[in-house]
Structure formats: C-alpha cells, structure tokens
Design a protein around this ligand. Structure first.
Ligand SMILES: Cc1ncc(COP(=O)(O)OP(=O)(O)O)c(N)n1
Ligand SMILES: Cc1ncsc1CCOP(=O)(O)O
Ligand SMILES: [Mg+2]
Length: 204
C-alpha cells in the first residue's frame, strides 16, 4: 500500500487531548500516515505529544513520522522523520536513523527538487502548493502547474502540501502526485473522521 496517499500533519495549537482524538478519528477515517509537527513547545513537550500519538497509532499499521527532530524520532522510536531545508542534512539523519526508517524532505525550489534526487530520502514534500495560514514562512507556491512539473522531474515519491482541501483535491490528484498532506482540512474539521472519508472519496 502507498503510505503517502493521505498524510495527516498534526496541528501544534491543539491541546493534547484534542490532538489524540483528532488522530484517532483520522485513522478511523482512513489516513495512511501521521506526522507530529510541533513548532512552539520545548523538546520535552514534543516528546510527550509524540509518545501520546505513538500510543494512539499502536496496532493500526499507520506510520508515525516526527517533524524536524531526529532526536525526538529516536527517543520515541518513531517510524520516520520529516526534515526541512534548514534541519539536519539528510545524509546525517539517515546515518542516525538507519536504513529502515522513513525519511522525508521538503523541497521549496526546482533546484532543491533536483538535488534531492541523489539524497538517501524516501519521499519529498512539495512545499507549498498554495498559500496557507497554517505556515506563513513559505518561500514558494508551486501551484498546480508547478506540481505537475515536479512530478515529471522526480524519481522519488512526492507528497503535495499547503492549502489543500476537498475543493482543490481533484486538481492535485490529476498531477499524478503520490500523496497529499493536510493540516487544517482534517484537524479543524468538526468531524475529522468524516472529513477524511470525504477526502478519500474525492481522491477516487
Ligand atoms: C509532508 C510534509 N511536507 C512538507 C513539510 C514542511 O516541512 P518544513 O519545510 O520543514 O516546514 P515545517 O513543517 O517544519 O514548518 C512537512 N512538515 N511535511
Ligand atoms: C507544514 C506545511 N508545510 C508546507 S505548507 C504546510 C502547512 C499545511 O497546512 P494546511 O493543510 O492547513 O494548509
Ligand atoms: Mg521542518
């Protein structure tokens, strides 16, 4: 199964109980991968939240990915790490996590997309497709045409992220991308489970 198909990235503004409920509901709805993304708290809080989500995911077969921090991923024995361009270099991260964990990398330019093809990573996050209030320090909006170009120039699996929801989902999928990552369309939904089911239906 393609683990990248519908990829939930968590909302760090949600309290831990909400976070756990959202992840449990999203998994019941059918998400295929979960990334814990923490941008504000300290490392202890990050580990606590990651551990809580690991418990929610136990026995579901849905991989747990940690955003930014290799140390947190190792501490909770996560299934992988997602790195940005200013995080630890992918080659070093791979040495630390070993060959069997998943490693993702964000790419924000065509040059980064090209350079990443030679790196020891499993997938690339095409960041960002559209502007989004969830992440305001974006370098680029790839748009649909840019995403289509990226798909044509990558041998690695690609995940689209940024401003994706049920209204633009069909256009994103039509580019041939391997997966879609979302924060607000799932985390802010009144019912995350039906939001995920609806997204999967629209994915076809
Ligand atoms: C699947 C996926 N793709 C891209 C990103 C963005 O990562 P990054 O550029 O490091 O930005 P932050 O998420 O750390 O703010 C992602 N997290 N996940
Ligand atoms: C983490 C991240 N990386 C690029 S855009 C983004 C946020 C995506 O959030 P949303 O799905 O709410 O637009
Ligand atoms: Mg990052």
């Amino acid at each position: 199964m393609n683990p990248y198909r519908l990829y939930l990235v968590t909302d760090d503004r949600q309290p831990i109980d909400t976070l756990k409920t959202v992840v449990a509901e999203a998994v019941a709805g059918g998400v295929t991968m979960v990334q814990v993304r923490e941008k504000h708290g300290d490392v202890r809080a990050f580990i606590e939240r990651a551990q809580a989500i690991k418990t929610v995911l136990q026995g579901t077969g849905v991989p747990l990915i940690i955003n930014d921090r290799v140390d947190v991923a190792l501490a909770v024995d996560a299934d992988g790490v997602h790195l940005g361009q200013s995080d630890m270099p992918a080659i070093l991260a791979r040495q630390l996590i070993g060959p069997d964990k998943l490693l993702g990398l964000s790419v924000e330019t065509e040059q980064q997309l090209q350079d990443a093809q030679l790196l020891p990573v499993d997938y690339l996050g095409i960041s960002a497709i559209f502007a989004t209030p969830t992440k305001t320090d974006l370098k680029k909006q790839w748009g649909i045409a840019g995403l289509r170009q990226a798909v044509a120039h990558s041998a690695l699996p690609l995940v689209a992220i940024g401003g994706i929801n049920e209204t633009n989902m069909a256009d994103i999928m039509a580019t041939g991308v391997d997966g879609i990552a979302l924060v607000s369309a799932i985390c802010q939904a009144s019912c995350p489970r039906s939001a995920v089911q609806n997204l999967l239906l629209k994915m076809g």
